[in-house]
Write a protein that binds this ligand. Structure first.
Ligand code: HAM
Length: 425
């Protein structure tokens, strides 16, 4: 026997019926995003490594530890995208979209991070993300959070809790950072190894550490919200006002810091209260007012989020395989095989999901009926006697109910686009 191959660790195959559930989720999300004025962009999966180093930040875990980076055949450093925001801003600038005024864009597709795989955390995962570029005020921040709330309602995802925070801006964050570092130095020796390293490199992320010990040690850390400048405070108050207006419940959590350096002011996460375990962020995002400039563009503000499809799918009721995948299964006598093949194409062309047994070896009606029972909601029986009367029998496989339907072949021509299926169950 030849060798068999396995999928790479942390990667997954999405098979039916899960793939069908994903499609339904994506369709609902796309429709809703469009109702909110977002238009789709399709972005490449590979980008120059520097785009992410500059965009996301060299000291972040994503860039320092988690990127799939390699040299292409000419020795240029390229990376599989770990997220979509930096790519989207690159595309936006490359197409000079800033000249067309504010833009609302969305994207969907796989992202790659070399993280330790666990439930809800994979090395290739799918995101649906939106970015609104060119809006300064807090209304659009609240709008995308309200949009997510509506999506969760439509998908019947319960217990998704919105947590919001403000990370301040270039004006007020340095003073907070200084106070935080001073506090953290006091407890540094007792922090976990990762947090110790972060105290100087990326102190805000210490607040994000999942270790109980670190959480307890930082419980009394200064809160970013006490250091906001007037403009940031007004923005945060505005955000809350709009969330209330749109009946989008939220919780303020001053420990939300996010793992990407581009955030400024608003940061938020939708967390699943149960069903996901440790990886409980379904969607996350915030405002990144300095990023467009950082990537060589003008001072255009931005705000957005990305939602993890694997995590969302875990929270949406799984479709059951018990439900047959086909509308019809055609069963035929050997003499009527050509008729059946024509009717098969005709029905498919009309938009029905139809199958029949197509191998050369004949199969008894009974054996075909058995297949039909497994695969379809209804069986269409093409038998000698009925066809001579231009009829076919349709049988509901659940109730056993049978009806005769007329199959008309004008001019005696048996081309499959000609027959007319006159009785629709
Ligand atoms: P992020 O928090 O890194 O943000 O990822 C957003 C969401 O992607 C997470 O909340 C989670 O649902 C999903 N996700 C992240 N990593 C994994 C993983 N390893 N396995 C499965 N799902 C995962 C961003 O990516 C930002 N670009 C979001 C954003 C857009 N901010 C502004 N605009």
């Amino acid at each position: 026997m030849s060798k068999r191959y396995s999928v790479i660790k942390g990667f997954r195959d999405i098979l039916p019926p899960e793939s069908e559930q994903w499609r339904q989720i994506e369709e609902k999300a796309r429709r809703l995003f469009q109702c909110f004025g977002f238009r789709e962009v399709r972005l490449p999966i590979l980008e120059s490594t520097e785009l992410f180093t500059r965009g996301i930040g060299a000291a972040t875990d994503i860039v320092a530890k988690e990127m799939y980076t390699f040299a292409d055949r000419k020795g240029r450093s390229i990376s599989l995208r770990p997220e979509g925001t930096a790519s989207l801003v690159r595309a936006y600038l490359e197409a000079n979209l800033e000249q067309r005024g504010p833009q609302k864009l969305f994207y969907a597709g796989p992202m790659f991070r070399y993280e330790r795989p666990q439930k809800g955390r994979y090395r290739q995962f799918y995101q649906l993300g939106v970015e609104a570029l060119g809006w300064v005020g807090p209304a659009v921040d609240a709008e995308i959070m309200a949009m997510l709330r509506l999506l969760f309602e439509q998908l019947e995802v319960k217990k998704a809790v919105l947590e919001i925070n403000s990370l301040g801006c270039r004006e007020c964050r340095p003073a907070y950072r200084e106070k935080l570092v001073a506090f953290l130095r006091g407890v540094k020796a007792e922090l976990c190894e990762d947090s110790q390293r972060r105290v100087e490199e990326n102190p805000l992320r210490v607040l994000d550490c999942k270790e109980e010990k670190c959480r307890a040690l930082t419980a009394a850390a200064p809160s970013v919200l006490d250091f906001l400048c007037e403009a940031c405070r007004a923005h945060f108050e505005g955000l809350k006002k709009y969330l209330e207006l749109w009946e989008t419940p939220y919780r303020v959590n001053p420990r939300i810091v996010r793992g990407l350096d581009y955030y400024m002011r608003t940061a938020f996460e939708y967390l699943a209260e149960d069903g996901l375990g440790a990886q409980n962020a379904i969607a996350a995002g915030g405002r990144y007012d300095g990023l467009v400039e950082e990537l060589g563009g003008p001072a255009v503000p931005g705000v957005g989020f990305a939602m993890g499809l694997e995590r969302l799918a875990l929270l949406v009721t799984q479709p059951s395989e018990a439900e047959p995948a086909l509308d019809y299964f055609i069963v035929y006598t050997e003499k009527q095989k050509e008729q059946a093949l024509k009717i098969l194409m005709f029905l498919r062309n009309k938009g029905h999901r139809v199958e029949m047994y197509m191998e050369e070896e004949p199969k008894s009606l009974k054996a075909q009926m058995k297949l039909a029972g497994k695969m379809a909601k209804e069986t269409v029986i093409i038998a000698d006697e009925e066809i001579s009367r231009r009829m076919a029998k349709k049988k509901n496989m659940k109730t056993g109910e049978e009806v005769l339907v007329e199959v008309i072949f004008p001019n005696g021509d048996f081309k499959y686009e000609k027959p007319v299926w006159t009785v629709e169950g």
